[in-house]
Design a binder for this molecule. Structure first.
Ligand code: 5AD
Length: 337
């Protein structure tokens, strides 16, 4: 059952001089609800083609500096086979937002093939689509759907998603719709977007808890120089939520406390701002999932949501060995599922 925290309880946890008691409470709760196993979800970034203009994202249509690609169905299925060979249990299929580039029947066929040829669960992260598309993919065998609401503040949502993107309420409705179709659903937001206040962050966490999610994705905002948001000022100091490691860990811990049963990854964005200790610190602040990257080397550089993305690259066995050694060092282990 979700634990309701009031706004003032959340603010107290965010402002407390010493974060350790909060992080320890989340870690203890994670042990109780999820155990010491860590689920690996192999991320396949199937296309960098995007029609949207989100102010924060380096893959926005307006950024002419990145190469646009779409993986072939064979490459995508091969990546899922690799996940199977490494005993992951789940692949996450993610792409830039363009329905024309990811036709529903094309994706349905890929889902069917992965289901036929591997034992992997399939999580889709393909943004807002029609009910017909969600239904087709569910019938083809997709198990889960990720759709971050990014911010719970309606005015900010509209501002950072110009053009065709609906408002954040539509995304919340889509999450309910997906649940009704039998998907396990996940959502989340970014920590430290310019203009994000502590009050707003408390609201973001409460929205997360109200959604009764199976999965939660949270990471720090990382400015990309080729985006308008990178040029925007923060709120005055003290009001602006910092996009730093300390704040992200507190937010992850609060997410664990407010949704004890959810699967919560220590995200790539957190590893990117703290390449040495980020993933471990996330895993010790309530997280129980990690998402290695299955995208073939030739495409990886082009999936540039933010710069200098740090990821565990599965095709490179060294990376994976290092990851598993890190798990062991903190008393944890890979759990298939
Ligand atoms: N910094 C951090 N996270 C980002 N995302 C997009 N752009 C950025 C950025 N500049 C996140 C969004 C999106 C997910 C795929 O990546 O939350 O939902």
């Amino acid at each position: 059952m979700p634990t309701t925290l009031t706004t003032s309880e959340i603010l107290a946890a965010l402002y407390a001089p010493d974060p350790e008691p909060l992080l320890e409470r989340a870690d203890t709760l994670r042990l109780k609800t999820k155990g010491n196993g860590i689920f690996l979800r192999g991320l396949i970034e199937v296309s960098s083609i995007c029609a949207r203009h989100c102010l924060y994202c380096g893959m926005r249509a307006d950024n002419a500096a990145i190469r646009r690609y779409r993986m072939t169905p064979e490459e995508i299925v091969d990546a899922a086979r690799l996940a199977q060979a490494r005993h992951f249990g789940t692949v996450v299929i993610q792409a830039g937002e363009s329905a024309a580039n990811i036709p529903a029947p094309w994706m349905a066929e890929i889902i069917r093939t992965i289901k036929r040829e591997t034992n992997q669960h399939i999580t889709l992260s393909l943004s807002e689509r029609t009910i017909a598309d969600y239904t087709l993919w569910r019938e083809a065998g997709a198990d889960r759907y990720l759709l971050r609401f990014e911010t719970s503040d309606p005015a900010m949502f509209r501002r950072i998603h110009p053009g065709a993107t609906p408002n954040q309420h539509d995304r919340l409705n889509h999450l309910h719709l997906l649940k009704d179709l039998g998907y396990q659903v996940g959502s989340g937001f970014m920590v430290g977007l310019p203009g994000q206040s502590y009050q707003q962050l408390a609201q973001d966490l409460q929205t997360l808890a109200e959604l009764r999610l199976d999965m939660i994705g949270l990471g720090p905002y990382i400015p990309h120089p080729a985006t308008p948001l990178a040029q925007e000022p923060n709120l005055p100091e003290g009001e602006q939520v910092p996009a730093d490691v300390d704040t992200t860990l507190r937010v992850l811990a609060l997410a664990r406390i407010m949704t004890p049963e959810a699967n919560i990854p220590s995200t790539t964005a957190l590893s990117t701002i703290d390449p040495v200790n980020g993933r471990k610190r996330g895993l010790q602040a309530g997280c129980n999932v990690f998402m290695p990257n299955l995208t073939p080397r030739c495409y990886r550089e082009s999936y540039q949501i933010y710069p200098d993305k740090i990821c565990v690259k599965v095709p490179e066995q060294d990376d994976l060995d290092h990851l598993l050694a890190d798990f062991k060092a903190i008393g944890r282990f890979q759990q298939e599922g």
